[in-house]
Design a protein around this ligand. Structure first.
Ligand SMILES: [Zn+2]
Length: 646
């Protein structure tokens, strides 16, 4: 395969984040979240659902005689924690944490079998069932997360202790699966191994790993589908819900898939890997398939928060425009997978909508998954919550009205930790002579272009304010381009270079291109107008008919009971309402809240009747909105993103 990559990322090690919004969150990860999650994985948090994930490795290593406990993919929680902890070490060195990572890697090494196999569930609980349940067994999924952890650990620390372990495991997998007649022609029911093998290839340059990832992608969806012949298939699950082939994106070959179907996290990890393979091979057919899938997601299947997955049953996509607010699944992991996919798409083809959606889900549908203190989590991120309904309605069994300490199935918490601790890598991409700025996050970046080095210092109070200052420092004498994304929410902006206003810059695919010879130190300033916007959904989104959502810049806002009283469905707001914005240091860790004159339907006018002749009984009130991602940090109460349009 020839190397056809156009764009590269910047190593997250070369970016130091200084934006208060993100710096605070990264520090929270280093100081509180990573130690907290370590305690959770070791069952040291009173009242939290047990994990047993570390204990499972002890059992597999022969250190403990306890029975295996937890989900059969419990190993992946440890892997994601190692990944997050490794990223964190780069900018927040911590000897104690480093030795914890070393210890757990040593334990993982001892849990590895002689032939390289490494999975505690199958080693401890059913050793004779290895590689027999590709539909739901998650063996390759867990392998993928271990590989990602090893790559992160190697990149962050230079140590190859975990890398050596996973290479032995990947070699084992490569020896038993693949296109050759003496191997199993299979793939995993939960994608993840594919993108992980590409990452492993990038650090080891071992082409077998890339070939195996490519093979898994090519094999997926071939009919008749081998998954249906597995003895486990549909045996203990409701076949109509969880065992449809599209649940695994296995209903047709990946290049023929045009709609985002099935389990949302699986879909995101698959599309990420498809983009990885397209980047390595330059295959147009794969890229075209990804474009179709993306159009379907962006135009018809994505929540305004960037959340993905409309239904709790099978945690999946359903059909176009089916975006219910209260029964939404919108798993935090699906949002994280969406970031991975959009980031890869930006490498394939730099279009600003990919970065718009990466930003949308990052600031809304992902950050909602973690409390401001870092110790409570949502798995499901609905856009409307009524605590009593969550408690009493069986179709809301998957929803929680308050974030919890941990989950029996804890995929999301360490996934957020690994994303936030490596957020720097999503800000820029680079081609030979262009630096693309996708996210406005303050920090210092060291960037290598073809002709030399560039240091970029970005300063901003984003997402609260739209002003961004970019200092460019370089000794490069040749012309190069600084490309700045114009966010899709921004209709007006003002720009200056070294204090002089600039208005006639060339715009391409949503990016302003500043192409010039740069002096040693120059300053680009851009001010994105960030007005409050009232957004309506496509009329086919039934649940949002007659409703609007409040946004400002990249942030989706919501109303909460604590600010607006109960029964939020009685609230309404008129188009053209004047919004007052207020930065509150004392609230939610520092936040811009929005206030406007709105209305509340007067309950007294009903006379207690369930039905009556329709009248206008709205009374004026003040509506207060806070960023959706921060909801639920002030006790148990109602929340809604969409409000009736007056
Ligand atoms: Zn998850």
């Amino acid at each position: 395969m020839k190397d056809v990559k156009q764009h590269t990322s910047i190593d997250f090690k070369d970016i130091i984040i200084t934006s208060p919004f993100w710096k605070d969150r990264i520090e929270l990860m280093a100081e509180k979240v990573i130690p907290y999650q370590w305690d959770a994985l070791n069952d040291n948090i009173a009242g939290a659902e047990p994990s047993h994930a570390i204990e499972n490795f002890r059992i597999a290593a022969g250190d403990s005689k306890e029975p295996f406990h937890g989900m059969l993919f419990q190993d992946s929680d440890v892997a994601k924690w190692i990944e997050a902890a490794s990223y964190s070490l780069v900018h927040y060195p911590n000897k104690d944490l480093e030795s914890k990572i070393d210890e757990v890697i040593e334990l993982i090494g001892r849990a590895q079998q002689k032939d390289g196999y490494l999975n505690t569930y199958y080693t401890v609980a059913c050793p004779k069932k290895r590689w027999t349940n590709f539909s739901f067994g998650h063996e390759l999924y867990c392998a993928g997360h271990l590989i990602e952890a090893a790559v992160a650990h190697f990149n962050a620390t230079g140590k190859n202790s975990l890398l050596d372990i996973v290479c032995r495991y990947a070699d084992h997998i490569d020896s038993v699966m693949g296109p050759e007649n003496n191997k199993m022609q299979v793939y995993c029911g939960h994608e993840e191994i594919e993108l992980a093998l590409v990452r492993l290839y990038h650090v080891t340059e071992e082409k077998r790993y890339l070939r195996l990832a490519h093979y898994f992608i090519n094999e997926r969806g071939k009919q008749p589908c081998f998954l249906e012949n597995e003895s486990t298939y549909g045996s203990d699950l409701n076949k109509s819900r969880w065992s449809l082939l599209d649940y695994h994106q296995a209903h047709k070959p990946v290049r023929e898939q045009t709609k985002a179907d099935g389990h949302a996290v699986r879909a995101m990890y698959l599309y990420t890997a498809m983009a990885d393979i397209a980047l390595e091979t330059g295959e147009k057919e794969l890229e075209d398939a990804l474009e179709k899938l993306y159009d379907n997601v962006r135009q018809k299947r994505m929540y305004i928060t960037g959340g993905l997955g409309s239904q709790g049953h099978a945690e999946r996509f359903t059909f176009d425009y089916d975006l219910p607010n209260d029964t939404a699944y919108t798993e935090t992991c699906a949002g994280i997978g969406f970031v991975f996919w959009m980031h890869r798409m930006l490498h394939l083809n730099t279009k600003s909508s990919y970065a718009d959606d990466m930003e949308r889900v990052l600031y809304n549908g992902i950050l909602s998954g973690i409390s401001l203190d870092g110790t409570r989590y949502f798995y499901v991120n609905p856009l409307e919550v009524l605590p009593e309904a969550v408690q009493k309605r069986f179709d809301l069994d998957h929803v929680k009205a308050e974030r919890v300490q941990w989950f029996g199935c804890a995929c999301c918490p360490p996934n957020i930790a690994r994303l936030v601790t490596s957020i720097g890598q999503y800000i820029y991409t680079v081609s030979d002579h262009t630096i693309y700025t996708h996210l406005y996050i303050g920090g210092e970046a060291h960037i290598n272009l073809k002709d030399g080095e560039v240091n970029i210092t970005q300063t901003t109070h984003y997402p609260w304010e739209g002003s961004v200052k970019i200092q460019v420092n370089t000794k490069i004498k040749e012309i190069f381009t600084l490309a700045l994304r114009i966010p899709d929410w921004c209709n007006h902006y003002h720009m200056s270079i070294n204090g002089e206003a600039v208005s006639s810059l060339y715009k391409e695919n949503g990016y302003l291109l500043i192409r010039k010879e740069w002096e040693e130190e120059e300053v680009v300033e851009i001010e994105f107008d960030m007005p409050v916007q009232l957004i309506q959904a496509h009329p086919k989104v039934r649940e949002n008919a007659g409703k609007i959502a409040i946004t400002r810049g990249p942030l989706v806002y919501c109303v909460e009971e604590v600010d607006n009283g109960s029964n939020l469905s009685a609230l309404s707001i008129a188009l053209g309402s004047e919004f007052e914005k207020e930065y509150r240091h004392d609230l939610l860790g520092g936040v811009v809240i929005l206030k406007a004159e709105g209305y509340r339907e007067d309950e007294a006018a009903t006379g207690g009747e369930l039905y009556r002749i329709a009248t206008n009984s709205d009374k004026p009130i003040k509506i207060v909105a806070v960023p959706y991602s921060m909801w639920g940090n002030r006790g148990n109460g109602e929340m809604s993103v969409w409000i009736r349009k007056k």
